[in-house]
Ligand binder design. Structure first.
Ligand code: SDX
Length: 469
């Protein structure tokens, strides 16, 4: 059969309609199906440089009218970032790709500030210039110093930090146009430079002592040391071991991805608020005992436990669902392995105590507590390990810092991270004012009740219940 006849004889091909255009699946995506309606949507996947895949739900509500519910952001990325990477399962912490172990051992806090802000370790010239940029901003305006007199002498230093750093905005509000990169850079340098001075003055104020000025011939950590512990009646000799230990403590606290206080700074900054006010908001969030206040809480807990024979009872308390007690310095939202900072902090703790010739029974108690907890099934099952706060308080106490100053030290170190995230957020084209939604479980629409018809509800509630006692 010739080609032609064959073609003539073949039945006409049924009219096949082009398939309805289903939205093309993005290259890499997840499918969301609503079992109630049977509808499905394609949600694009985003891939982290370190391999993790995320569901991009930016358009979810717009496309589906459905919200997600995730109190505490346990499964939600609030932003994209290049600054810090944490692998909680492996106990890995990288700042711009460099491991915290290497930075703690080989770098210094000024270098880490530069790395967090600019993404690369500084060249010798860049480091010298950055250090001098910071050095020229360590002094406080004399009128800002008068703010301290408004506090009661035994005010918690973190309350002073929140107040004085917030007040910084009153000195620079008019000169801080956050759309201007020069103003952003200046604000970042001012905040990094002034935090040690503001923190040290909070301590001196509690002692009724005069405020030492920062010295330009001191390093950042040497300055913090001499402003904290110098006595105007004597020549202060800087102990290089203590200065080095302070520098390492600041490095270990410098940044940690989207933790509560950093997220607070980002959320405050997303409205265009003054950077000094944003950092004051971060300080307020850090103060909580579940976050940066844990180092102070660890020492209080060790005092309460008192001796190794009482550890078992406290480990039991920590597991009791009806007991609000938690083992302070243990557990972490992200680390389900040893916090790499805790390891470095523990080693530094041994070094400092040895050099200082301090036999701190609290260190022995802490190590015994760590040993018992890490062998306990509950802690193993829940993957609860010591975090950065478990050992930091012991070192700082040995160095002479009062317990109430531990979180101030945390805030001084973390300011580098906070301001780097603030800077990154302002440059992020995806960035917009943070405005989470909610799962509403309140009253349905109801009419106003005149005064004479109220109080007849049968629902009796106690103040304790109302206040979540
Ligand atoms: C910091 O986010 C960061 O990166 C923070 C930080 C940073 O550098 O910015 O790393 C600094 O804040 C370190 C954490 C310091 N806080 C503490 O040491 C306080 C004690 N730790 C806990 O409060 C707690 O572990 C958190 C707050 C740190 C983490 O809490 P999560 O992620 O909300 O975990 P969770 O409370 O849901 O705990 C999971 C389970 C719970 O039991 P179940 O409800 O599943 O039965 O583990 C239990 C918790 O009860 N648990 C603990 C515990 N921590 C968690 N039980 C006893 N003791 C603990 N310390």
């Amino acid at each position: 059969m010739t080609q032609k006849t064959a073609a003539a004889k073949a039945p006409p091909k049924p009219e096949t309609k082009a398939p309805a255009k289903t939205p093309a699946k993005p290259a890499d995506s997840f499918t969301l199906t609503d079992n109630a309606s049977g509808k499905s949507w394609q949600l694009p996947a985003r891939t982290s440089v370190m391999g993790g895949r995320l569901i991009d739900i930016k358009r979810l509500y717009g496309d589906t009218g459905v919200l997600t519910y995730d109190p505490g952001y346990t499964s939600t990325a609030s932003c994209k970032s290049d600054i810090t990477y944490i692998d909680g399962e492996k106990g890995v912490l990288l700042h711009r790709g460099y491991s915290i172990d290497e930075l703690a051992e080989k770098s210094d806090f000024m270098e880490v500030c530069y790395l967090l802000l600019y993404g690369e370790l500084p060249t010798p010239e860049q480091k010298t210039s950055f250090e001098s940029d910071i050095r020229i901003h360590t002094l406080l305006h004399e009128q800002l110093i008068s703010f301290y007199n408004g506090f009661i002498r035994n005010a918690h230093p973190m309350s002073i930090m929140v107040g004085v750093v917030g007040a910084l905005s009153s000195f620079y509000h008019d000169s801080t146009d956050i759309t201007d990169i020069g103003a952003r850079r200046l604000a970042a340098h001012r905040l990094i430079a002034k935090m040690p001075t503001i923190g040290a003055y909070a301590y001196k104020y509690s002692l009724g002592m005069s405020f030492p000025t920062p010295h330009n011939d001191c390093s950042y950590s040497e300055n913090l040391l001499q402003m904290m512990f110098s006595n105007p009646a004597e020549k202060y000799k800087i102990d290089p071991v203590l200065a080095q230990a302070i520098d390492r403590i600041l490095i270990l606290h410098a940044d940690h991805e989207q933790n509560a206080s950093t997220s607070t700074v980002r959320l405050a900054g997303s409205s265009g608020a003054n950077p000094y006010a944003c950092i004051a908001a971060g300080i307020a969030s850090l103060w909580g005992p579940a976050h940066g206040g844990a180092n102070e809480a660890v020492l209080k807990m060790l005092d309460e436990i008192g001796s190794a024979d009482r550890i078992g009872a406290y480990i039991k308390k920590a597991q009791d669902k009806n007991d609000k007690f938690r083992l302070m310095g243990f557990g972490h939202r992200v680390y389900k392995n040893y916090d790499p900072r805790a390891r470095v902090m523990r080693d530094t703790c041994h070094e400092v105590l040895e050099v200082l010739g301090v036999e701190d029974p609290k260190l022995k108690l802490a190590m015994e507590l760590e040993r018992i907890a890490l062998e306990d099934d509950y802690f193993i099952k829940k993957k609860l390990y010591p975090n950065v706060d478990f050992y930091s308080g012991i070192i700082m106490k040995a160095m002479g810092f009062p317990t109430s100053m531990f979180t101030v030290m945390f805030a001084i170190g973390r300011t580098a991270g906070w301001i780097s995230h603030w800077k990154e957020m302002l440059r992020d084209e995806d960035s917009k004012i943070g405005r989470p939604r909610q799962l509403y479980l309140g009253a349905k629409a109801r009419e106003y009740l005149p005064l004479d018809r109220r109080g007849h509800t049968d629902k009796k509630v106690s103040w304790a219940w109302l206040w979540g006692g």
